[in-house]
Design a protein around this ligand. Sequence first.
Ligand SMILES: Cc1ncc(COP(=O)(O)O)c(C=O)c1O
Length: 425
Amino acid sequence: MLKLSRRHMIAGGAGLAGLAVLANRPSDKSGPRDPYFVSLQKALTDAGIATPTLVIDRARLNANIDTLMGHLPPGMGYRIVAKSLPSLDLIAHIRDRAGTDRLMTFNQPMLNTLSAHMPDASQLVGKPLPVVAAKTYFRLLSPQNVAASDQVQWLIDTPTRLAQYADLSKAVGRPFQVNIEIDVGLHRGGFVPGPDLAAALRTIADSRHLKLAGFMGYEPHLPSLPTAFGWRAAAKQKAWEIYRQCLRLAADAEGVERVPGLTRNAAGSPTYRYYQDTEIANEIAAGSCLVKPAHFDTELLEPHVPASFIATPVIKASPTQMPGLEFLDGIKRFWDPNTQRTVFIYGGHWLADPVDPPGLAYNPTFGRSSNQEMLNGGAQLDIAPDGFVFLRPQQSEAVFLQFGDIAVFDDGAIVDRWPVFEASA
Ligand SMILES: Cc1ncc(COP(=O)(O)O)c(C=O)c1O
């Protein structure tokens, strides 16, 4: 008869626990390179590029523009979010393909640049700017371009800012178009339907210097809300009811006939597909979904494709050796096969995730570096010095400004370079 001793039981238990731990060992994620990135690498090499570079795939960008425009219901306008696509040439390309003259601008230098280079474009300021920044805009505007300022819709979030802008309008001697920021649930400021908004709308209606251009109600919080118990759907309905109430107040102040012609701006990349008709919004603003950084990998944006990558040369490639912890290298390699090999890349520490060669990851022990960043990969990591590692930006607005001119990739070659805006807030 089999008789289990206490010692056998403990040894058996430990063995099982050991097996369970081993079963949780990370699997090797390294493997052959994606032919797409191999062709991108060849294009960069052929173009003589050997520094960290932001690449936009023009065919993919075009596909994203067409996807966006294809989703819009009849009569819905499209406003390009300039901060998420921070390059004049990139914006010009999108304007052309999407057939839109509407931009959303987020800071004074960008406002001046766009007024100088695209004086015919409508610019809705996407965040309320201190009135001193607006003053600076007028000071820097060249006299022959002053008409471009009439195309700007100044975003106003409080009665105080309204009064400041009314004074500035008098001082510059031109009427201002006022767009009212409304809080449709994001709680990032703005008016809510009520006496303050009614008073502000009356002030605008009575003013010779101010003209009501419309409203802006941004609701990027909606897709993050749980769908359980109809939570998200209820928040969306609430947002739209707030918008409706604001439009009713505008009708009271301005006359009902003015409402259809107002700019009724809403949405951003994560929410533009919510707008299936023009009952509430008559234009949506979106930018990021056209280049699709990683933070925009959402269900609604699934039809959009990643169209921007950071490409950076490998400086060094070797087996992994952790400084001062070399005695642990063998155990670490045994435990996690993805730590077998190391590459040091040119630059680094960007808001971006490595995508090719497959299986590359940052090393939390070694830490991040903007000079030569360490990335680790498995035994099949197939890259040597001067080959390119590709990373996917997590967002575009800051990351795109870190690499100089964008390299435009199309049909297997780098076909253009697009300068970016100067980095400014
Ligand atoms: C007011 C406003 N509208 C729209 C957007 C959407 O931009 P994106 O499509 O790049 O997310 C933003 C982004 O911050 C915003 O602040």
